[in-house]
Design a binder for this molecule. Structure first.
Ligand code: NAP
Length: 296
């Protein structure tokens, strides 16, 4: 194995150490820590696995977690009501809705209902629009974590060719925008892209957010390239990424799965919560003048 392993743990540790200090400061200043509310409808294994990881991260920084469990028969009106309640609760600084939702609730419903200032996963149109415009915002945790890994390990970005595989609203698309913001030259590829290998072989930085194990094979990687694997799939009871393990023989640096991007996602979520809490307090101090993220 030739590639340097870009472990997520040291990155998450740095982010959480900073978060711990900030939580202590918030408690001193306001008498309580901000709360994270996690909403889920049902027991989908993906949602439960993510919830378990969030619980662990919150415990590690002693951040209060409010778990809101809605029934799988929740109607859109009831869902809107539950989110509105959290939007108006001053103890709750951030709201995360776990996917998948039951079929009667559109996957877009959380983005339409969560208050942008409490949108710790950067899914609302306001926060996505601010990212698009290159303004400061609450970023989707997974791609923000990808960028944090690249920065932590001093991977050069400016002027580098980056290829992002996947164009989802939560990973691929925001990842591409973040890399563009860091002055990389960015290509987005997806299931309809032709001649994927020609594209990926030109990448100094290759990022895979596809959800199909083995999508990135060694012959698709430029020797010495940095490879970030966001993929999480279960194969024979083991968690695997999108990148064939043999890529380690070709790449210069590679995130392991597990132990790479996943752990950093959860640390960024905590970071986002604290950012959201700060912005909400600024708004309160300004007499409520600030109504959206970053608005003065
Ligand atoms: P998604 O919404 O299913 O999107 C997958 C993307 O991959 C789509 O844009 C799809 O293209 C593209 N794609 C599918 N097959 C492809 C192929 N053969 N070649 C190139 N592109 C292809 O998934 P997601 O929510 O972005 O998640 C992607 C992966 O990241 C999943 O494994 C998920 O579990 C994982 N994930 C990890 C974290 C973390 O913290 N590490 C967090 C969230 C998600 P089309 O748009 O054309 O369909």
């Amino acid at each position: 194995m030739g590639a340097m392993l870009l472990e997520g743990k040291p990155v998450a540790r740095d982010i959480l150490a900073h978060a711990r200090d900030e939580i202590a400061e918030l408690i001193t200043r306001h008498g309580r820590s901000p709360e994270l509310a996690v909403v889920r409808c049902g027991d989908a294994p993906d949602a439960l696995a993510y919830l378990k990881a969030i619980r662990r991260s919150c415990r590690s920084v002693e951040l209060p977690l409010r778990e809101v469990e809605l029934s799988t028969t929740t109607s859109p009106v009831e869902f809107r009501g539950a989110i509105a309640q959290l939007n108006h609760d001053p103890a709750v600084a951030g709201i995360l809705v776990l996917q998948p939702l039951p079929p009667q609730l559109s996957p877009a419903l959380p983005a339409e209902t969560v208050a942008p200032l409490k949108d710790v996963d950067g899914i609302t149109i306001v926060n996505a629009g601010r990212l698009f415009a290159g303004l400061e915002t609450l970023l989707p945790s997974t791609p923000a974590g990808g960028l944090a890994i690249l920065r932590h390990y001093d991977i050069p970005l400016a002027g580098q060719r980056a290829v992002v595989l996947g164009r989802s609203l939560v990973v691929g698309r925001p990842m591409a925008l973040l890399l563009l913001g860091a002055d990389a030259t960015v290509t987005i590829a997806h299931s309809r892209s032709r001649d994927l290998t020609a594209l990926t072989c030109g990448a100094d930085i290759l990022l895979a957010a596809v959800g199909r194990p083995g999508t990135i094979r060694p012959e698709m990687v430029k020797p010495g390239a940095t490879v970030i694997d966001f993929g999480v799939s279960l194969r024979d009871g083991t968690i695997v990424g999108d990148v064939d393990p043999a890529v380690a023989e070709v790449a210069g640096a590679l995130t392991p799965v597990p132990g790479g991007t996943g752990v950093v996602t959860n640390a960024i979520l905590i970071n986002n919560l604290l950012k959201a809490a700060r912005w909400q307090q600024e708004r309160t101090a300004a007499g409520g003048a600030r109504t959206t993220v970053g608005e003065e």
